[in-house]
Design a protein around this ligand. Structure first.
Ligand code: HEM
Length: 128
């Protein structure tokens, strides 16, 4: 194994910029997800998700420098994340991943993580 991180293997910061930008373009148009975001400007949320993913995959640790320990489940607690929200989140993420079109093995690795993470973020089970 070389010392190459996943972050480097997928093309570094630019890849995450494109992924998360495309993802939030989907969120901006989504009638279920958009109301969850407290700020009118989605730019800061986009930056936080981008910096988190960059750090998670071995890039610069700017996320924690700015935000501290991720504690993602705790940070999502104020928002209603049901299976419906999860599935829409994943739908926009899948569309964004299709657009960046990573090599199959890298795509699979990132996607597997995102599916797992999205499932673990669900905090509301009493939905119609
Ligand atoms: C923040 C929704 C899944 C990572 C947020 C916020 C909302 C939200 C409404 C607040 C926006 C803001 O940053 O001000 C959701 C929904 C999900 C989901 C509906 C559906 C399952 C995920 C997953 C990840 C993630 C799977 C990671 C892989 C983050 C990060 C933040 C965030 C890093 C910013 C945390 C902070 O530093 O404050 N999310 N999220 N989210 N989300 Fe999610």
């Amino acid at each position: 194994e070389s010392g190459t991180t996943f972050y480097e293997a997928v093309g570094g910061s630019e890849t995450f910029v494109r992924l998360v930008r495309r993802f939030y373009q989907g969120v901006a148009e989504d009638p279920v997800l958009r109301p969850l975001y407290p700020e009118e400007d989605l730019g800061p949320a986009e930056e936080r998700l981008r910096l988190f993913l960059i750090q998670y995959w071995g890039g610069p640790r700017t996320y924690s420098d700015q935000r501290g320990h991720p504690r993602l489940r705790m940070r999502h607690a104020p928002f209603r994340v049901g299976t419906r929200e999860r599935d829409r989140w994943l739908e926009h993420m899948r569309a964004a991943m299709d657009e960046i079109a990573l090599p199959a093995e890298l795509d699979q690795q990132l996607w597997q993580y995102l599916v797992m993470a999205a499932h673990s973020m669900v905090n509301t089970f009493d939905e119609p």
